[in-house]
Design a binder for this molecule. Structure first.
Ligand code: FES
Ligand code: FE2
Length: 387
C-alpha cells in the first residue's frame, strides 16, 4: 500500500542516501567512543539542557493532522501547560492554558475538542482560537480594563513537514530555520497528508537522551527486538547522514535492497526504513504503510515521557475500516511491545545502571556512531550556551 505524499519522489538527499545503501555503504563510523555517564544523571546539566534545548530551540508538539480548523488539544507534556489550536483560517497557535483573569486552567479535558471559542470555566471569559480575549461578563466591573488587544500568552509556532513546532519561550524570536530543511523531507513521506490512527504517552524512568539514543543505533535491533521486529531487519545494515543538527538514517530490511527501483517510493519503503532523529527530542520512523512520530519530553533528571503518534493514510487513500485490524496489530506490536516493552525498558535499565555509579563511562561501538553524533551535538550547543 502506498502512503499518500505531497512530493511524488524522494528528495535529492533521500535518494542519495538510498543510493549509498544500494552501493552497500555501511554506516560504521571508524572508532569507538566513550561517553561519561554523568551526562544522564547530573541535575545541573539537566537544567541547562531544559533551558537551552527545550526553551530556546524549536521542538515538535504533535502532527498537524491531529487538529482541524476550529479545534484544539491540551498539551502538558513539555512542562508548560499549553493548548494547541487551529483557527478558522487554518493557522495553528500554541497558547498558555491559563486565563487572563485569575489564571484558571482553561482546558482540562485531554483529547481534541471544538474550539470556535474557548470559555473559562470559572467566570466565563471567552477567547478566540488565536488567544484573543473576545468577551467578559459584566465588563463594567473592571473599570479601566479594556479587552481590546488582550490575549492569552502565545508561543512562537510554525508548521513544517506535517508537524506543529513551537519554541517554549513566548519571548523568543520565531526562528524556525533549523527545522525548516526537514519540511521537504517529511512532506516527501506524506506526513502532512496522513491521519493520526493512535497516540499514547509512556512514562519512562530514564533521562530523555537515553530514549533518543535507542533510535540512533541499529546495533540492538537483532538482539533487543529478537522477539518482536528483529527478523524484519538485517544486522547492522544502515547508512546515515546529517541535515543540520538532525540525523537521517536508513536501516536495511532483510530483503535485498540493491535491486529496488528508487523511483518507486513504496517499493523503497518495503526494503529501507527511513528514520529521522530530529534534534533534540523527536524521532520519525517510516514503516512501509504507516509512520511513527515519537516526541521525548524530559520531566526531571532521570525521567521522561514519550508521546507516540501512529500516522496512517486517510480516507481518500484507503478504506480505514478495512485497514483497521492490520493497523491495530501494528500499533500493538510497536507501541506496546517494541517501544514500551523493549526500547523504553532498555533505556530505563541503562539509566538504572548509570545511576548506580559503578561506571564513569560507557562505550559506543562503530554501529552506535549515531549516538555519539547526537551527544556531540548536545555538547556543542550546551557549550555555546545558546542555540
Ligand atoms: S479565572 Fe477565568 S474567567 Fe475568571
Ligand atoms: Fe529499538
Amino acid at each position: 500500500m502506498d502512503l499518500p505524499r505531497r512530493a511524488s519522489t524522494m528528495t535529492p538527499g533521500q535518494r542519495q542516501l538510498a543510493e549509498a545503501m544500494q552501493r552497500g555503504d555501511h554506516f560504521l563510523g571508524e572508532q569507538v567512543h566513550r561517553l561519561e555517564t554523568s551526562r544522564y544523571t547530573d541535575p545541573e546539566r539537566h537544567a541547562r539542557e531544559r533551558e537551552t534545548f527545550f526553551r530556546g530551540f524549536p521542538t515538535a508538539l504533535c502532527p498537524s493532522s491531529l487538529i482541524g480548523t476550529n479545534e484544539l488539544v491540551r498539551h502538558d507534556l513539555t512542562g508548560l501547560d499549553l493548548i494547541v489550536t487551529r483557527d478558522a483560517e487554518g493557522k495553528a497557535h500554541v497558547l498558555a492554558n491559563s486565563c487572563l483573569h485569575r489564571a484558571t486552567r482553561l482546558v482540562e479535558e485531554p483529547g481534541v475538542h471544538p474550539a470556535k471559542k474557548i470559555i473559562c470555566p470559572y467566570h466565563a471569559w471567552t477567547y478566540t482560537p488565536d488567544g484573543a480575549l473576545r468577551a467578559l461578563p459584566r465588563p463594567d466591573s473592571f473599570p479601566g480594563f479594556c479587552k481590546d488587544g488582550q490575549s492569552l500568552t502565545a508561543y512562537p509556532v510554525a508548521e513544517h513537514g506535517g508537524l506543529i513546532w513551537f519554541i517554549g519561550n513566548p519571548d523568543a524570536p520565531p526562528d524556525f530555520s533549523e527545522i525548516e530543511p526537514l519540511g521537504p523531507e517529511l512532506d516527501a513521506i506524506g506526513l502532512g497528508d496522513i491521519a493520526v490512527f493512535a497516540r499514547a504517552t509512556h512514562a519512562v524512568e530514564a533521562d530523555w537522551k537515553m530514549v533518543v539514543d535507542a533510535f540512533c543505533e541499529g546495533y540492538h535491533v537483532k538482539r533487543l527486538h529478537a522477539r518482536s521486529i528483529g527478523d524484519y531487519f538485517a544486522d547492522g545494515v544502515s547508512v546515515a547522514d546529517r541535515i543540520g543538527p538532525h540525523q537521517r538514517f536508513i536501516v536495511g530490511r532483510t530483503d535485498h535492497a540493491s535491486e529496488v527501483d528508487l523511483d518507486d517510493w513504496s517499493a523503497v519503503r518495503e526494503v529501507m526504513t527511513f528514520t529521522y532523529q530530529v534534534f533534540p527530542n523527536t524521532v520519525v520512523i517510516v514503516s512501509p504503510d504507516y509512520v511513527n512520530v515519537l516526541v521525548v519530553h524530559p520531566c526531571g533528571a532521570g525521567r521522561c515521557r514519550v508521546e507516540n503518534f501512529m500516522l496512517v493514510p486517510g480516507e481518500r487513500e484507503v478504506d480505514p475500516e478495512a485497514m483497521r485490524p492490520r493497523w491495530q496489530k501494528s500499533w500493538e506490536l510497536l507501541d506496546g511491545h517494541t517501544f514500551a516493552g523493549e526500547d523504553f525498558r532498555a533505556a530505563a535499565l541503562c539509566q538504572r545502571g548509570v545511576e548506580t555509579g559503578h561506571r564513569d563511562t560507557m562505550l559506543l561501538g562503530t554501529l552506535e556512531t549515531g549516538v555519539a553524533i547526537f551527544h556531540a551535538e548536545c555538547d556543542a550547543r550546551l557549550a555555546q550556551g545558546v542555540t
